[in-house]
Design a protein around this ligand. Structure first.
Ligand SMILES: Nc1ncnc2c1ncn2[C@@H]1O[C@H](COP(=O)(O)OP(=O)(O)OP(=O)(O)O)[C@@H](O)[C@H]1O
Ligand SMILES: [Mg+2]
Length: 212
């Protein structure tokens, strides 16, 4: 759907494509009245809408599902800035700690009806792509604001999300300091940075067989 059609369909006054992401999904930021909404379209949108609807029911911080259709969803804007943006050096330790806090809170939810697509034992609610661009932090308080990009959310092994953030911090977000930051994140969460499941889940993720 082109930008003008999207704008008209949702009664928006502007529509800007959001560049980035590797899922191949189309993401567009729409202005409607004083608010912004996000339209996301792609083959995983139906799975993501189901998971978002469940997470909305728990009260966990994440975008609210406003509308959905065949392979698309429309959500409210999540407050804060994502952790992959440039953060002042003095704020980075607190951003790391906030990402660990957010993950602990997510894992402690219960009653998730979806299994994680990653095989592995565990009863944690896992995000499935817990990397810096999908985690939002309040730039004023430096506290966790929420998560998005939820197509792989499901019950599984808590080391899955630890592994994916470890990967994100080790090689993809050098502002945090690379490997020591990846290890620190796991420790802040309360995990063991030498647990063999970390490399195991990174290898599975790198295989590309788990796209939503
Ligand atoms: N509801 C929202 N509120 C704020 N920002 C959003 C919202 N939805 C999308 N975005 C922005 O658009 C970016 C891309 O959206 P999203 O992460 O859902 O898709 P993606 O990155 O293409 O998927 P993947 O990470 O699987 O490649 C996000 O990192 C975020 O910056
Ligand atoms: Mg994303």
């Amino acid at each position: 759907m082109d930008l003008n059609t999207l704008q008209d369909r949702f009664g928006a006054t502007s529509a800007e494509p959001v560049v980035g992401g590797c899922s191949g999904a189309t993401v567009v930021r729409l202005a409607r009245g004083p608010n912004h909404l996000y339209y996301k379209a792609g083959p995983g949108a139906g799975l993501e809408a189901d998971r978002l609807a469940w997470l909305n029911g728990t009260g966990f911080p994440c975008p609210q599902l406003v509308d959905r259709g065949n392979n698309w969803l429309l959500t409210t804007e999540l407050a804060g800035r994502d952790a992959s943006e440039d953060w002042p050096a003095a704020d980075r330790p607190a951003v790391l700690a906030a990402m660990a806090d957010g993950l602990r809170a997510l894992d402690q939810l219960s009653g998730c009806p979806f299994p994680s697509p990653f095989h592995g034992a565990g009863d944690a609610v896992t995000h499935g792509d817990y990397c810096a661009p999908n985690v939002f932090i309040d730039p004023g308080t430096l506290r966790f604001c929420g998560i998005l990009d939820l197509g792989r959310l499901g019950t599984g092994d808590r080391y899955l999300d630890l592994a994916l953030m470890y990967k994100s911090l080790r090689g993809m977000n050098p502002q945090y300091g690379g490997l020591p930051a990846a290890r620190r994140f796991v420790e802040l969460y309360g995990g063991d940075p030498d647990d063999s499941r970390i490399e195991h889940y990174i290898t599975l993720d790198d295989s590309g067989d788990y796209m939503p």
